[in-house]
Design a protein around this ligand. Sequence first.
Ligand code: MG
Ligand code: MG
Ligand code: MG
Length: 306
Amino acid sequence: MAIYTCGHTTPDSDSICSAIALAYLLKKTGRDAIPARQGEPNPETKFILEKFGFEAPELKTEFSGCELFITDYSDKGQAPKDIDEAIVVGIVDHHKLGDITTSSPLECWIRPVGCTNTIVKEMYDYHGVEIPKDIAGIMMCAILSDTVIFKSPTCTDIDIKVVRELAEICGIEDFGSLGMEMFKVKSQVQGVPARDLILRDYKPFDMHGSAVGIGQLEVVDLSIFDDVKSDLQADLEIFRDVNNLHTACLLLTDIMQEGSEVLVSSVDSSIFEKAFDKKLENGKVWLDGCLSRKKQIIPFLEPAFS
Ligand code: MG
Ligand code: MG
Ligand code: MG
């Protein structure tokens, strides 16, 4: 039986590129593997796959009875609905430990680095497997994306070292300008429906019994949201209501100014305000220096719900 490698719902570049890279590694170490994805690739991921000549992995949302090697998450909230019927053989991830459990021993590669692909690179090194040029390219791009070209507080020296090594393998010296090209693709939001933008990089969380959803859009210039911000706020309100969320947030992250404007819709905004010790103005607030949902939002918001 082939092992499926697959990242989280609403896949990002890390989820999709790590599934491809991990499936290749598993095959090279004698285990049959098929990369999969739980949703549509976003524009940035499409750009990366196209640049290095990859098709998107197979779309797969049901894993009952299948062997599954999870990449880039360990929360049930981001897993396929039938995760309890899947056989989880491994997890490679760089987030806080989630609530997925198994009935058999599994392989775990979980480390606090900037990107799952950084850990996948360490897995290649551990197994002594050579990384093909095209796979090195997509792994490198995923790390540049997750670490916001090394600007994110989640970025570690290991991520930077791994990017340099991958750049050498794929033969791209100026990885910084490739990173900027990626973020310019990411910044194209004109004409995209508000709901699609909310869901582009969206994660659901269970915070001490309260359902919370947090989306993030990383762009090179926040002013591109000037015309669409009120639409985004109105739709965030509807989105929270129909999904029965306590709180829905959308981070509008400016990677050049290095901060995020957070749009907040909540049944009780005082929880968000308490978490960040800031008052919302018209349902939004600027958080200076905030680039990372994982490190600068969740660790503050979650305890505020307890
Ligand atoms: Mg991810
Ligand atoms: Mg990641
Ligand atoms: Mg991200």
